[in-house]
Design a protein around this ligand. Sequence first.
Ligand SMILES: Cc1cc2nc3c(=O)[nH]c(=O)nc-3n(C[C@H](O)[C@H](O)[C@H](O)COP(=O)(O)OP(=O)(O)OC[C@H]3O[C@@H](n4cnc5c(N)ncnc54)[C@H](O)[C@@H]3O)c2cc1C
Ligand SMILES: NC(=O)c1ccc[n+]([C@@H]2O[C@H](COP(=O)([O-])OP(=O)(O)OC[C@H]3O[C@@H](n4cnc5c(N)ncnc54)[C@H](O)[C@@H]3O)[C@@H](O)[C@H]2O)c1
Length: 443
Amino acid sequence: METIKNIIIGFGKGGKTLAKFLAQKGEEVLVIEKSNKMYGGTCINIACLPSKRLIIEAANGVSYVDAVNGKNEMTAQLREKNYHMLADEKTVTVLDGEAHFIADHEIEVKLSNGKKVQYKGDRIFINTGAVPVMLPIPGLKESKYILDSTQAMDEKKMPKNLTIIGAGYIGLEFASMFAKYGSKVTVLDHNKEFLAREDEDISNAVRKDMEDAGIKFELGADIEKISDETSDAKVTYEVNGKRKTINADRILVATGRKPNTENLGLENTAIETTDRGAIKVDDFLRTTVDNVWAIGDVKGGLQFTYISLDDFRIIKDQLFGTGARMVSDRKVVPYSVFISPALSQVGLNEKQANKLGKEYKLFKLPVTAIPKAKVAKDNRGLFKALVDPETKKILGATLYGIESYELINMISLAMKAHLSYTVLRDQIYTHPTMSEAFNDLFK
Ligand SMILES: Cc1cc2nc3c(=O)[nH]c(=O)nc-3n(C[C@H](O)[C@H](O)[C@H](O)COP(=O)(O)OP(=O)(O)OC[C@H]3O[C@@H](n4cnc5c(N)ncnc54)[C@H](O)[C@@H]3O)c2cc1C
Ligand SMILES: NC(=O)c1ccc[n+]([C@@H]2O[C@H](COP(=O)([O-])OP(=O)(O)OC[C@H]3O[C@@H](n4cnc5c(N)ncnc54)[C@H](O)[C@@H]3O)[C@@H](O)[C@H]2O)c1
């Protein structure tokens, strides 16, 4: 059995960045990727980038079919670029095949031609991502009208009546996008509360804007079954004790993604998993086997591309730096939901601050007060920020409005740098921009 210094299972964000870095250090790396349609990982092929392209094209008034074709061109280019970024390195081999463990430091790879090869790795990095959760709803698995997020971005024609199960990140982003393309969208979620972790004024504003865009919500919905009919499917569900049905020519299932550990052969190793099936790691991303690490979605927790990238930084620091960098150092992690307008958040909101009994000074600014929003003809939204009354440091912000996915990174930086909110308040910004709203928000 050949021994390789570094084996990376899965061509994900953290893994590919690590492979490039190790190659630049002159180290031997074997990157194993099970699908030649996935070089570069989930984000560039079937997730962040294609979905955001489709969202932007919907806003540009492009038809769904044209947008899908353009998106496919983009992902093909990105895939090619990502493949060569690694394969052209002298010390890197990209192997097409599916890997599973046969022992703590040994793996077997089933190649695309059916052959099997085995390798021993001095260091092994698991970067196999996550897969959609498919609920055990009667009729769901069998229905020919069911889509996951990947399929929803590759349809040959736009769904007329789209039912989405799940009002989380994917459910809301796709609802907003398909409504813009012209689909009639209904979102079902078993949670009674809409955007449960957000403050009520924010969740009410988001819900109203989505409803104004024609999206219907059925919350607290208990889905009983899905039954295929001639040209569509019937979803039967119960809300507040009332039985209801809805027909849809496509049903998007967006009920979460789970760590992809099922076929990894972990039972042949001492690598432990959590009760949710994620690979158990410590603060340095080390698994329960020495010199085996887990990176990205497969280790559970926050599922974002930028978290997988930050996982790379932790491992790089261990292998070539001081080894001080840890998962628990990540205190300020922003997120954006790319609906229209975007919802972005970092740190504490009022709900969380109140729960913690934390004192705060609240700043609030309706987006309609921002000149750039008027120029852009989109006044929807509300900006909120919480500040520690004693230290003047920013505790958190929720920005619901256009371009908030850019602005939130500025707040996040200010928090990380422990700046007083007055720095953002008194900063000179270019005009007219959304950033200059911080002059007024923090007044
Ligand atoms: C529709 C959608 C939209 C999203 N939008 C955003 C967004 O806007 N912003 C954001 O930050 N995050 C977004 N995410 C989440 C983000 O895509 C993930 O958090 C991120 O891609 C995870 O990367 P990773 O490094 O864990 O691995 P991945 O990029 O998932 O890579 C795992 C790779 O491993 C391969 N693999 C799996 N098993 C094996 C095996 N046994 N052998 C060999 N190869 C294997 C897979 O084929 C895959 O290429 C979105 C997700 C979805 C589904
Ligand atoms: N903008 C972004 O950064 C972005 C965009 C898309 C996806 N993502 C990542 O992808 C991950 C997966 O997204 P997702 O939307 O699938 O998951 P999610 O966890 O965000 O949302 C899942 C939703 O499904 C609902 N649900 C669960 N079981 C249900 C049931 N039986 N019936 C009805 N509803 C049910 C939940 O209440 C929840 O609202 C996210 O956690 C996120 O990290 C990020």
